[in-house]
Design a protein around this ligand. Structure first.
Ligand code: MG
Length: 389
């Protein structure tokens, strides 16, 4: 029996919002909780997962482990920023804030150590075995790898949360399971998070890049969104400089994108006057999108970061080391499974019989934090290191 006060909180939501009453449910039937709604339970299951805790030591752009400093964003703080933006957008649009928050907290669970380059390295190592992609990996984690219930593997999350992970990113389309093919679109909450993610990373990467000195004032002369922000801030707040100006401009860039996303999505919804979530799911295109003008600015900001930050020698040097570490570990575990801790060894042998041994090595390495990957590398390859086990 679910308390009326819990279900009341979803009554005011728009007809196209995801709700307990229109959810497509869980793969394994479970009793409902008396005062937590399904998406609230999913959020708690994610927060209590090992994969979520490990986001604390996974690189966003800079790893704190190579003396890069520990003031920069990591996957965990990135996910919290995405959740904050997602909740604000969802609340303003009258859709499900709990679901938006849950998807945001889960969206990066599948990241390998050492950021996007870590993913590319594992993808390369798994080329003939289905590849590696952090979105698919997030789905594997919540559906199979986390194991804490006697009745099933995974966290048995609702269809809506798993669908959001399955439909994130374009590359994902080919790997979709049949389960998620029945509608072209995920929920509006998932669509919002797909944009809250790049709003968060494009602005906080810019902030971190400037903090690190990777992005200089000369470079920012090439960034129109930045220059627009400086002009606007100086108009309203006078002549600021240094860190205060930086913070205010970053704030302006986040706020402009979030405001545009809300306004443009609402305009589209008003034009269509949908009657149900079913209509939203079957609509020929996504409805949570930027206006064409903001889309242009957003893309230009991302390509500015690609050229000036992600390809910077400081980041590339870090990635070079990451390649050595991940490749070394992959080869070592595959070559000698006795290096795995005992429970993984057992699992490796079972999966080997199905020809899936590389996937187990990949899952094991992808689950590592940056810190653990480096420790394992030293433990296995450094002749003078103290053997742990
Ligand atoms: Mg992300």
């Amino acid at each position: 029996m679910v308390l009326a006060s819990a279900t009341d909180s979803e009554k005011h939501l728009e007809p196209w919002a995801a709700k307990r009453s229109n959810s497509l449910g869980r793969a394994h039937k479970e009793e409902e909780h008396s005062y937590r709604l399904p998406f609230q339970r999913d959020r708690d299951r994610i927060i209590h997962s090992a994969a979520f805790r490990r986001l604390e030591s996974k690189t966003q752009v800079y790893t704190h482990l190579y003396q890069e400093g520990d003031a920069y964003r990591k996957r965990l703080t990135h996910s919290l920023e995405v959740a904050g933006i997602g909740r604000n957008v969802a609340r303003t649009l009258g859709i499900n804030e709990d679901l938006a928050e849950t998807i945001a907290l889960a969206h990066d669970l599948g990241h390998a150590p050492f950021g996007h380059r870590g993913q590319d390295i594992l993808d390369d190592l798994m080329r003939d075995y289905g590849g590696f992609d952090h979105n698919t990996q997030a789905l594997r984690i919540v559906s199979l790898i986390e194991h804490k219930y006697p009745e099933f593997y995974g966290l048995n999350l609702t269809y809506e949360v798993r669908e959001a992970l399955a439909k994130k990113g374009k590359k994902q389309e080919e790997t979709l399971k049949n389960e998620f093919k029945q509608h072209p679109n995920p929920t509006l909450e998932a669509q919002v998070i797909d944009l809250a993610d790049p709003i968060a990373y494009s602005t906080h990467d810019l902030d971190d890049g400037m903090e690190a000195g990777t992005i200089t004032s000369e470079m920012l002369e090439e960034c129109d969104f930045w220059k627009e922000g400086v002009d606007e801030i100086r108009k309203t707040k006078g002549k600021l400089s240094g860190k205060i100006l930086r913070s205010q401009v970053v704030r302006y860039i986040i706020n402009s994108q979030v405001t545009d996303l809300i306004g443009n999505t609402r305009k589209k919804l008003d034009e269509l006057s949908l009657k149900s979530i079913e209509e939203l799911r079957n609509h020929p295109y996504r409805l949570a999108v930027f206006s064409p003008e903001m889309e242009k600015k957003h893309k230009a900001l991302k390509s500015f970061l690609r050229v000036n930050m992600y390809e910077h020698s400081r980041v590339r040097r870090m990635e070079y080391k990451a390649r050595k570490v991940l490749r070394g570990l992959f080869e070592a575990f595959l070559d000698d499974p006795a290096l795995f801790p005992a429970p993984v060894q057992k699992y490796f042998q079972i999966e080997k019989e199905k020809g899936l041994e590389k996937r187990i090595v990949c899952d094991y390495i992808a689950g590592m934090t940056d810190r653990f990957a480096l420790e394992e590398y030293n433990d296995i390859f450094e002749p003078t290191s103290k053997v742990k086990r």
